[in-house]
Design a protein around this ligand. Structure first.
Ligand code: GLN
Length: 489
Protein backbone atom coordinates (compact mmCIF):
# COMPACT_ATOMS: atom_id res chain seq x y z
CA UNK A 1 0.00 0.00 0.00
CA UNK A 2 1.47 3.37 -1.00
CA UNK A 3 -0.46 5.26 1.68
CA UNK A 4 0.68 4.76 5.28
CA UNK A 5 -1.66 2.31 6.96
CA UNK A 6 -2.60 4.86 9.63
CA UNK A 7 -3.94 7.24 6.93
CA UNK A 8 -6.75 4.84 6.04
CA UNK A 9 -10.25 5.71 7.18
CA UNK A 10 -12.02 3.20 9.41
CA UNK A 11 -14.06 1.85 6.51
CA UNK A 12 -11.00 1.62 4.25
CA UNK A 13 -9.17 -0.32 6.94
CA UNK A 14 -12.23 -2.53 7.46
CA UNK A 15 -12.23 -3.32 3.73
CA UNK A 16 -8.48 -4.09 3.77
CA UNK A 17 -9.01 -6.37 6.77
CA UNK A 18 -11.91 -8.13 5.06
CA UNK A 19 -9.83 -8.63 1.90
CA UNK A 20 -7.03 -10.17 3.96
CA UNK A 21 -4.58 -7.43 2.85
CA UNK A 22 -3.73 -6.52 6.40
CA UNK A 23 -4.33 -8.00 9.85
CA UNK A 24 -5.73 -6.30 12.92
CA UNK A 25 -2.41 -6.92 14.69
CA UNK A 26 -0.61 -5.04 11.87
CA UNK A 27 -3.08 -2.15 12.05
CA UNK A 28 -2.80 -2.01 15.84
CA UNK A 29 1.01 -2.07 15.67
CA UNK A 30 0.89 0.73 13.08
CA UNK A 31 -1.23 2.83 15.44
CA UNK A 32 1.08 2.11 18.37
CA UNK A 33 4.10 3.12 16.28
CA UNK A 34 2.37 6.32 15.21
CA UNK A 35 1.50 7.08 18.84
CA UNK A 36 5.15 6.56 19.84
CA UNK A 37 6.19 8.89 17.01
CA UNK A 38 3.82 11.82 17.45
CA UNK A 39 2.29 11.67 20.90
CA UNK A 40 5.31 13.12 22.73
CA UNK A 41 4.37 16.35 20.89
CA UNK A 42 0.58 16.04 20.61
CA UNK A 43 -0.01 14.52 24.08
CA UNK A 44 -3.43 13.10 23.29
CA UNK A 45 -3.07 9.96 25.41
CA UNK A 46 -3.33 9.72 29.17
CA UNK A 47 -2.76 5.95 28.99
CA UNK A 48 -1.77 3.69 26.10
CA UNK A 49 -2.92 0.10 26.61
CA UNK A 50 -0.47 -1.60 24.28
CA UNK A 51 -0.91 -5.03 25.82
CA UNK A 52 -4.71 -4.94 25.89
CA UNK A 53 -4.94 -3.60 22.34
CA UNK A 54 -2.60 -6.24 20.90
CA UNK A 55 -4.39 -9.01 22.77
CA UNK A 56 -7.72 -7.82 21.33
CA UNK A 57 -6.19 -7.55 17.85
CA UNK A 58 -4.87 -11.11 18.02
CA UNK A 59 -8.27 -12.33 19.16
CA UNK A 60 -9.87 -10.40 16.31
CA UNK A 61 -7.59 -11.95 13.67
CA UNK A 62 -8.22 -15.42 15.14
CA UNK A 63 -11.99 -14.88 15.15
CA UNK A 64 -11.97 -13.71 11.55
CA UNK A 65 -10.13 -16.89 10.53
CA UNK A 66 -12.26 -19.22 12.66
CA UNK A 67 -15.81 -17.91 12.40
CA UNK A 68 -15.78 -14.67 10.42
CA UNK A 69 -15.93 -11.06 11.65
CA UNK A 70 -18.13 -10.16 14.63
CA UNK A 71 -19.09 -6.86 12.94
CA UNK A 72 -18.24 -4.78 9.85
CA UNK A 73 -15.64 -2.87 11.94
CA UNK A 74 -14.01 -6.03 13.32
CA UNK A 75 -10.30 -5.40 13.97
CA UNK A 76 -10.28 -1.57 13.58
CA UNK A 77 -8.36 -0.02 16.54
CA UNK A 78 -9.94 2.91 18.37
CA UNK A 79 -9.21 5.30 21.23
CA UNK A 80 -11.49 6.24 24.13
CA UNK A 81 -11.95 9.51 25.98
CA UNK A 82 -10.99 8.87 29.60
CA UNK A 83 -14.61 9.39 30.70
CA UNK A 84 -15.65 5.82 29.79
CA UNK A 85 -15.29 3.11 32.41
CA UNK A 86 -12.93 0.40 31.21
CA UNK A 87 -12.77 -2.77 33.27
CA UNK A 88 -9.27 -3.26 34.66
CA UNK A 89 -7.88 -0.08 33.06
CA UNK A 90 -7.44 3.11 35.09
CA UNK A 91 -10.09 5.77 34.36
CA UNK A 92 -9.52 9.28 35.69
CA UNK A 93 -11.86 11.57 33.74
CA UNK A 94 -8.91 13.96 33.55
CA UNK A 95 -9.07 14.48 37.32
CA UNK A 96 -6.68 13.94 40.23
CA UNK A 97 -9.60 12.80 42.35
CA UNK A 98 -9.89 9.63 40.28
CA UNK A 99 -6.17 8.94 40.04
CA UNK A 100 -5.65 5.23 40.56
CA UNK A 101 -9.33 4.36 40.06
CA UNK A 102 -9.63 1.05 38.19
CA UNK A 103 -13.25 0.38 37.21
CA UNK A 104 -14.68 -3.06 37.98
CA UNK A 105 -16.83 -3.03 34.82
CA UNK A 106 -17.07 -1.61 31.29
CA UNK A 107 -19.38 1.18 30.14
CA UNK A 108 -22.07 -0.23 27.82
CA UNK A 109 -20.48 1.50 24.81
CA UNK A 110 -17.09 -0.03 25.68
CA UNK A 111 -18.68 -3.47 25.95
CA UNK A 112 -20.37 -2.97 22.55
CA UNK A 113 -17.04 -2.00 20.96
CA UNK A 114 -15.32 -5.05 22.44
CA UNK A 115 -18.14 -7.34 21.30
CA UNK A 116 -17.87 -5.86 17.80
CA UNK A 117 -14.17 -6.80 17.81
CA UNK A 118 -12.53 -3.34 17.93
CA UNK A 119 -9.17 -3.25 19.77
CA UNK A 120 -8.95 -0.32 22.22
CA UNK A 121 -5.64 1.55 22.21
CA UNK A 122 -6.07 3.44 25.47
CA UNK A 123 -7.51 6.46 27.20
CA UNK A 124 -7.47 9.96 25.76
CA UNK A 125 -6.96 13.27 27.49
CA UNK A 126 -9.87 15.56 28.31
CA UNK A 127 -10.84 18.58 30.37
CA UNK A 128 -11.38 17.53 33.98
CA UNK A 129 -14.86 15.96 34.23
CA UNK A 130 -15.45 17.23 30.67
CA UNK A 131 -15.68 20.83 31.90
CA UNK A 132 -13.91 23.03 29.42
CA UNK A 133 -13.38 23.86 25.77
CA UNK A 134 -9.61 23.57 25.39
CA UNK A 135 -8.31 20.51 27.30
CA UNK A 136 -6.38 22.91 29.52
CA UNK A 137 -8.43 21.97 32.57
CA UNK A 138 -7.08 18.41 32.40
CA UNK A 139 -5.35 17.76 35.74
CA UNK A 140 -2.48 16.12 33.85
CA UNK A 141 -1.33 18.18 30.85
CA UNK A 142 -2.90 20.01 27.91
CA UNK A 143 -3.21 18.30 24.54
CA UNK A 144 -1.81 20.16 21.53
CA UNK A 145 -3.58 20.71 18.22
CA UNK A 146 -1.83 18.67 15.49
CA UNK A 147 -2.51 21.49 12.99
CA UNK A 148 -0.59 23.97 15.13
CA UNK A 149 1.06 22.68 18.27
CA UNK A 150 0.86 26.09 19.96
CA UNK A 151 -2.95 25.87 19.88
CA UNK A 152 -5.56 23.83 21.74
CA UNK A 153 -7.43 21.05 19.95
CA UNK A 154 -10.61 22.28 21.67
CA UNK A 155 -12.41 20.38 24.38
CA UNK A 156 -13.48 18.64 26.30
CA UNK A 157 -12.89 15.65 23.99
CA UNK A 158 -9.67 17.32 22.77
CA UNK A 159 -7.50 14.24 23.24
CA UNK A 160 -9.89 12.19 21.12
CA UNK A 161 -10.01 14.80 18.33
CA UNK A 162 -6.24 15.33 18.32
CA UNK A 163 -5.55 11.58 18.22
CA UNK A 164 -7.92 11.09 15.28
CA UNK A 165 -6.49 14.10 13.41
CA UNK A 166 -2.87 13.04 14.03
CA UNK A 167 -3.57 9.49 12.75
CA UNK A 168 -2.78 7.97 16.14
CA UNK A 169 -6.13 6.18 16.14
CA UNK A 170 -8.56 5.34 13.33
CA UNK A 171 -11.44 6.76 15.32
CA UNK A 172 -12.49 7.50 18.88
CA UNK A 173 -15.44 7.97 21.18
CA UNK A 174 -16.09 11.27 22.89
CA UNK A 175 -18.89 12.82 24.91
CA UNK A 176 -20.76 16.06 24.31
CA UNK A 177 -22.61 17.98 27.03
CA UNK A 178 -22.42 21.42 25.42
CA UNK A 179 -20.25 20.87 22.36
CA UNK A 180 -17.38 18.68 23.51
CA UNK A 181 -17.49 16.37 20.48
CA UNK A 182 -18.34 18.93 17.81
CA UNK A 183 -16.09 21.83 18.82
CA UNK A 184 -12.84 19.79 18.99
CA UNK A 185 -13.84 18.09 15.73
CA UNK A 186 -14.19 21.53 14.12
CA UNK A 187 -10.77 22.60 15.44
CA UNK A 188 -8.97 19.51 14.11
CA UNK A 189 -10.49 18.87 10.65
CA UNK A 190 -12.30 15.78 11.92
CA UNK A 191 -15.92 14.66 12.08
CA UNK A 192 -17.83 14.60 15.37
CA UNK A 193 -21.40 13.51 15.95
CA UNK A 194 -23.47 14.17 19.05
CA UNK A 195 -26.45 11.84 18.73
CA UNK A 196 -29.93 12.64 20.03
CA UNK A 197 -30.17 12.48 23.82
CA UNK A 198 -31.16 8.88 24.54
CA UNK A 199 -29.74 7.35 21.35
CA UNK A 200 -26.55 6.03 22.96
CA UNK A 201 -26.30 4.55 26.45
CA UNK A 202 -24.71 6.61 29.22
CA UNK A 203 -24.28 3.59 31.50
CA UNK A 204 -20.69 3.58 32.75
CA UNK A 205 -19.99 7.05 31.35
CA UNK A 206 -18.82 9.34 34.15
CA UNK A 207 -21.62 11.88 34.58
CA UNK A 208 -21.14 15.63 34.14
CA UNK A 209 -24.67 16.96 33.48
CA UNK A 210 -26.94 13.96 33.13
CA UNK A 211 -29.74 15.65 31.18
CA UNK A 212 -27.28 16.90 28.55
CA UNK A 213 -24.47 14.30 28.29
CA UNK A 214 -24.36 12.13 25.19
CA UNK A 215 -21.74 9.76 23.73
CA UNK A 216 -20.73 9.92 20.08
CA UNK A 217 -18.23 9.00 17.38
CA UNK A 218 -15.18 11.10 16.44
CA UNK A 219 -13.73 10.08 13.11
CA UNK A 220 -12.08 11.35 9.94
CA UNK A 221 -15.11 10.90 7.71
CA UNK A 222 -18.87 11.07 7.95
CA UNK A 223 -19.13 7.49 6.68
CA UNK A 224 -16.88 6.33 9.53
CA UNK A 225 -19.07 8.20 12.01
CA UNK A 226 -22.13 6.40 10.61
CA UNK A 227 -20.40 3.02 10.87
CA UNK A 228 -19.28 3.67 14.45
CA UNK A 229 -22.70 4.96 15.50
CA UNK A 230 -24.09 1.70 14.14
CA UNK A 231 -22.07 -0.18 16.76
CA UNK A 232 -22.87 1.98 19.80
CA UNK A 233 -26.50 3.07 19.20
CA UNK A 234 -28.48 0.44 21.04
CA UNK A 235 -31.28 0.55 23.60
CA UNK A 236 -29.81 -0.16 27.04
CA UNK A 237 -32.06 -1.18 29.92
CA UNK A 238 -29.26 -0.09 32.29
CA UNK A 239 -29.77 3.56 31.30
CA UNK A 240 -33.31 4.72 32.11
CA UNK A 241 -32.98 7.59 29.60
CA UNK A 242 -31.94 5.29 26.75
CA UNK A 243 -34.59 5.42 24.03
CA UNK A 244 -36.33 2.08 23.36
CA UNK A 245 -35.93 2.35 19.59
CA UNK A 246 -34.65 0.10 16.84
CA UNK A 247 -31.30 1.20 15.43
CA UNK A 248 -31.70 2.25 11.79
CA UNK A 249 -29.11 1.30 9.16
CA UNK A 250 -26.99 4.48 9.13
CA UNK A 251 -25.05 3.55 6.01
CA UNK A 252 -28.10 2.63 3.90
CA UNK A 253 -29.09 6.13 2.81
CA UNK A 254 -25.79 7.89 3.46
CA UNK A 255 -25.18 8.70 -0.21
CA UNK A 256 -28.74 9.95 -0.74
CA UNK A 257 -27.64 13.58 -1.19
CA UNK A 258 -29.51 16.78 -0.36
CA UNK A 259 -31.52 17.36 -3.51
CA UNK A 260 -34.92 18.83 -2.59
CA UNK A 261 -34.08 19.31 1.09
CA UNK A 262 -34.82 22.54 2.93
CA UNK A 263 -31.88 23.62 5.06
CA UNK A 264 -32.35 26.33 7.67
CA UNK A 265 -29.82 29.06 8.28
CA UNK A 266 -30.52 30.63 11.68
CA UNK A 267 -29.85 34.35 11.59
CA UNK A 268 -28.97 34.34 15.33
CA UNK A 269 -26.03 31.99 14.63
CA UNK A 270 -24.12 34.44 12.47
CA UNK A 271 -23.20 36.89 15.20
CA UNK A 272 -20.90 39.87 15.61
CA UNK A 273 -18.09 38.04 17.38
CA UNK A 274 -17.65 35.57 14.56
CA UNK A 275 -14.26 35.19 12.94
CA UNK A 276 -14.57 36.46 9.33
CA UNK A 277 -12.66 33.52 7.87
CA UNK A 278 -14.91 31.04 9.69
CA UNK A 279 -17.95 32.86 8.39
CA UNK A 280 -16.55 32.90 4.83
CA UNK A 281 -15.87 29.14 4.86
CA UNK A 282 -19.33 28.36 6.18
CA UNK A 283 -21.05 30.71 3.73
CA UNK A 284 -19.16 28.99 0.90
CA UNK A 285 -20.40 25.64 2.18
CA UNK A 286 -23.96 26.94 2.21
CA UNK A 287 -23.60 27.95 -1.46
CA UNK A 288 -22.34 24.48 -2.19
CA UNK A 289 -25.49 22.97 -0.66
CA UNK A 290 -27.58 25.14 -2.97
CA UNK A 291 -25.56 23.93 -5.91
CA UNK A 292 -26.24 20.35 -4.76
CA UNK A 293 -29.98 20.97 -4.96
CA UNK A 294 -30.95 22.03 -1.44
CA UNK A 295 -32.96 25.15 -0.69
CA UNK A 296 -31.60 27.47 1.99
CA UNK A 297 -34.25 28.92 4.28
CA UNK A 298 -33.71 31.83 6.62
CA UNK A 299 -34.92 30.71 10.06
CA UNK A 300 -35.04 32.31 13.48
CA UNK A 301 -34.19 30.72 16.83
CA UNK A 302 -35.16 33.72 18.94
CA UNK A 303 -34.04 32.42 22.34
CA UNK A 304 -30.47 31.69 21.24
CA UNK A 305 -29.08 34.63 23.19
CA UNK A 306 -30.23 32.96 26.44
CA UNK A 307 -28.65 29.58 25.72
CA UNK A 308 -25.29 30.37 27.27
CA UNK A 309 -26.74 31.57 30.57
CA UNK A 310 -29.21 28.68 30.65
CA UNK A 311 -26.52 26.08 30.04
CA UNK A 312 -24.10 27.58 32.54
CA UNK A 313 -26.79 27.36 35.23
CA UNK A 314 -28.16 23.91 34.44
CA UNK A 315 -24.91 22.10 33.66
CA UNK A 316 -23.14 23.25 36.87
CA UNK A 317 -26.30 22.52 38.90
CA UNK A 318 -26.36 18.94 37.66
CA UNK A 319 -22.59 18.67 38.03
CA UNK A 320 -22.67 19.83 41.65
CA UNK A 321 -25.03 16.97 42.40
CA UNK A 322 -23.20 14.35 40.28
CA UNK A 323 -19.81 15.21 41.75
CA UNK A 324 -20.99 14.86 45.34
CA UNK A 325 -20.02 11.17 45.15
CA UNK A 326 -16.28 11.92 45.08
CA UNK A 327 -15.76 11.93 48.81
CA UNK A 328 -12.50 10.10 49.38
CA UNK A 329 -14.34 6.99 50.55
CA UNK A 330 -15.43 5.28 47.38
CA UNK A 331 -13.12 6.12 44.48
CA UNK A 332 -9.55 7.11 43.70
CA UNK A 333 -7.85 9.77 45.80
CA UNK A 334 -8.13 9.84 49.62
CA UNK A 335 -6.62 12.67 51.65
CA UNK A 336 -4.13 11.59 54.32
CA UNK A 337 -3.67 12.69 57.94
CA UNK A 338 -7.23 13.81 58.49
CA UNK A 339 -9.28 13.78 61.70
CA UNK A 340 -12.82 12.69 61.07
CA UNK A 341 -15.15 12.28 58.15
CA UNK A 342 -15.91 15.95 57.43
CA UNK A 343 -12.24 16.70 57.14
CA UNK A 344 -11.73 13.65 54.91
CA UNK A 345 -14.43 14.94 52.54
CA UNK A 346 -13.15 18.50 52.59
CA UNK A 347 -9.48 17.67 52.18
CA UNK A 348 -10.04 15.04 49.48
CA UNK A 349 -12.23 17.35 47.41
CA UNK A 350 -9.97 20.34 48.03
CA UNK A 351 -6.92 18.43 46.83
CA UNK A 352 -8.61 16.32 44.15
CA UNK A 353 -10.63 18.86 42.13
CA UNK A 354 -9.07 21.52 39.91
CA UNK A 355 -10.08 25.19 39.70
CA UNK A 356 -12.64 24.84 36.89
CA UNK A 357 -14.44 21.95 38.58
CA UNK A 358 -14.56 23.85 41.87
CA UNK A 359 -15.98 26.88 40.06
CA UNK A 360 -18.74 24.72 38.54
CA UNK A 361 -19.57 23.07 41.87
CA UNK A 362 -19.87 26.49 43.51
CA UNK A 363 -21.99 27.92 40.69
CA UNK A 364 -24.24 24.86 40.72
CA UNK A 365 -24.61 24.69 44.49
CA UNK A 366 -25.51 28.37 44.55
CA UNK A 367 -28.10 27.98 41.78
CA UNK A 368 -29.75 25.10 43.64
CA UNK A 369 -29.71 26.60 47.13
CA UNK A 370 -32.88 27.51 49.00
CA UNK A 371 -34.02 30.99 48.07
CA UNK A 372 -32.18 30.95 44.73
CA UNK A 373 -33.60 27.75 43.28
CA UNK A 374 -36.68 29.43 41.81
CA UNK A 375 -34.80 32.47 40.56
CA UNK A 376 -32.02 30.51 38.82
CA UNK A 377 -32.50 26.77 38.39
CA UNK A 378 -36.26 26.77 37.82
CA UNK A 379 -36.12 29.80 35.56
CA UNK A 380 -33.33 28.20 33.51
CA UNK A 381 -35.47 25.07 33.08
CA UNK A 382 -38.26 27.22 31.67
CA UNK A 383 -35.92 28.96 29.25
CA UNK A 384 -34.63 25.54 28.22
CA UNK A 385 -38.18 24.68 27.15
CA UNK A 386 -38.38 27.89 25.10
CA UNK A 387 -35.11 27.02 23.37
CA UNK A 388 -36.42 23.56 22.55
CA UNK A 389 -39.63 25.07 21.17
CA UNK A 390 -37.58 27.37 18.91
CA UNK A 391 -36.20 24.25 17.24
CA UNK A 392 -39.57 22.49 17.07
CA UNK A 393 -40.93 25.50 15.18
CA UNK A 394 -37.92 25.71 12.88
CA UNK A 395 -38.16 22.01 12.03
CA UNK A 396 -41.71 22.53 10.82
CA UNK A 397 -40.14 24.63 8.06
CA UNK A 398 -36.85 22.89 7.37
CA UNK A 399 -35.26 19.41 7.35
CA UNK A 400 -32.05 20.45 9.11
CA UNK A 401 -30.17 23.51 10.28
CA UNK A 402 -26.69 24.63 9.19
CA UNK A 403 -24.25 26.90 11.02
CA UNK A 404 -20.62 27.21 11.98
CA UNK A 405 -19.67 24.77 14.76
CA UNK A 406 -17.47 27.28 16.58
CA UNK A 407 -17.44 31.04 16.01
CA UNK A 408 -13.62 31.01 16.06
CA UNK A 409 -10.86 28.65 14.92
CA UNK A 410 -8.62 26.90 17.47
CA UNK A 411 -7.20 29.41 19.94
CA UNK A 412 -3.73 29.46 21.46
CA UNK A 413 -2.91 27.45 24.56
CA UNK A 414 -3.07 29.88 27.46
CA UNK A 415 -5.10 32.46 25.56
CA UNK A 416 -8.34 32.02 27.52
CA UNK A 417 -7.36 30.05 30.65
CA UNK A 418 -7.57 33.08 32.92
CA UNK A 419 -10.84 34.30 31.47
CA UNK A 420 -13.51 31.62 31.96
CA UNK A 421 -16.26 33.78 30.49
CA UNK A 422 -14.47 34.20 27.16
CA UNK A 423 -13.93 30.42 27.13
CA UNK A 424 -17.65 29.83 27.81
CA UNK A 425 -18.59 32.23 25.00
CA UNK A 426 -16.97 30.00 22.38
CA UNK A 427 -19.67 27.37 23.13
CA UNK A 428 -22.48 29.61 21.99
CA UNK A 429 -23.28 27.72 18.76
CA UNK A 430 -23.05 24.20 20.18
CA UNK A 431 -24.96 24.52 23.48
CA UNK A 432 -28.53 24.95 22.16
CA UNK A 433 -28.41 21.51 20.51
CA UNK A 434 -27.76 19.86 23.90
CA UNK A 435 -30.41 21.94 25.65
CA UNK A 436 -32.90 20.74 23.02
CA UNK A 437 -31.56 17.16 22.99
CA UNK A 438 -31.05 17.15 19.20
CA UNK A 439 -28.48 15.37 17.03
CA UNK A 440 -25.60 17.59 15.86
CA UNK A 441 -22.70 16.92 13.52
CA UNK A 442 -19.52 18.83 12.78
CA UNK A 443 -17.97 18.30 9.34
CA UNK A 444 -14.69 19.78 8.04
CA UNK A 445 -15.48 22.68 5.72
CA UNK A 446 -12.15 24.35 5.01
CA UNK A 447 -9.13 26.09 6.48
CA UNK A 448 -8.22 29.63 7.43
CA UNK A 449 -5.24 31.34 5.75
CA UNK A 450 -3.15 30.31 8.74
CA UNK A 451 -4.05 26.69 8.06
CA UNK A 452 -6.53 26.22 10.89
CA UNK A 453 -9.53 23.94 10.28
CA UNK A 454 -13.11 25.21 10.18
CA UNK A 455 -16.16 23.08 10.98
CA UNK A 456 -19.70 23.19 9.63
CA UNK A 457 -22.46 22.19 12.05
CA UNK A 458 -25.55 20.25 10.93
CA UNK A 459 -28.43 20.03 13.43
CA UNK A 460 -31.33 17.67 12.88
CA UNK A 461 -34.71 16.58 14.19
CA UNK A 462 -34.71 14.27 17.22
CA UNK A 463 -33.44 10.79 16.27
CA UNK A 464 -32.71 11.84 12.68
CA UNK A 465 -29.00 11.00 12.87
CA UNK A 466 -29.37 9.35 9.46
CA UNK A 467 -30.53 12.63 7.91
CA UNK A 468 -27.80 14.66 9.60
CA UNK A 469 -25.14 12.21 8.42
CA UNK A 470 -26.49 12.19 4.87
CA UNK A 471 -26.34 16.00 4.74
CA UNK A 472 -22.78 15.99 6.10
CA UNK A 473 -21.75 13.29 3.67
CA UNK A 474 -23.14 15.24 0.69
CA UNK A 475 -20.63 18.00 1.43
CA UNK A 476 -17.75 15.67 2.27
CA UNK A 477 -18.17 13.89 -1.08
CA UNK A 478 -17.39 17.14 -2.89
CA UNK A 479 -14.15 17.76 -0.99
CA UNK A 480 -11.05 16.02 0.18
CA UNK A 481 -10.45 17.98 3.38
CA UNK A 482 -10.31 14.74 5.33
CA UNK A 483 -7.39 13.51 3.20
CA UNK A 484 -5.20 16.35 4.44
CA UNK A 485 -2.71 15.27 7.04
CA UNK A 486 -1.76 17.74 9.76
CA UNK A 487 1.82 19.02 9.75
CA UNK A 488 2.60 17.57 13.18
CA UNK A 489 5.91 15.63 13.37
N1 GLN B 1 -17.39 23.60 26.97
C1 GLN B 1 -18.60 23.23 27.63
C2 GLN B 1 -18.39 23.22 29.12
O1 GLN B 1 -17.34 23.55 29.53
C3 GLN B 1 -19.09 21.90 27.13
C4 GLN B 1 -18.35 20.75 27.69
C5 GLN B 1 -18.88 19.44 27.23
O2 GLN B 1 -19.60 19.34 26.24
N2 GLN B 1 -18.54 18.41 27.96
O3 GLN B 1 -19.24 22.91 29.87
Amino acid sequence: MSQPLTDLTMLELAAALAAGKVSSVEATRASLARIAQVDPKVRAFLRVDEEGALRAAEASDARRRASGPASPLEGVPLGLKDIFLTEGLETTCGSRILQGFVPPYDATVVRLLREAGLPLLGKLNMDEFAMGSSNESSAYFPTHNPWDLSRTPGGSSGGSAAAVAAREVFGALGTDTGGSIRQPAAHTNTVGLKPTYGRVSRFGVIAFASSLDQVGPMTRTVADAAALLQVIARHDPRDSTSAPLETPDYLADLEGGVHGLKLGVPREYFTDGMDPEVEASVRAALKEYERLGATLVDVSLPHTSHALATYYLLAPAEASSNLARYDGVRYGLRARDVRGLQELYGQTRGQGFGAEVKRRIMLGTYALSAGYYDAYYLRAQKVRTLIREDFTRAFQQVDAILSPTSPVPAFRLGEKVDDPLSMYLTDILTLPCNLAGLPGLSVPCGFTKAGLPVGLQVLGRPFDEAGVLRIGRAFEREHDFFRRTPPCP
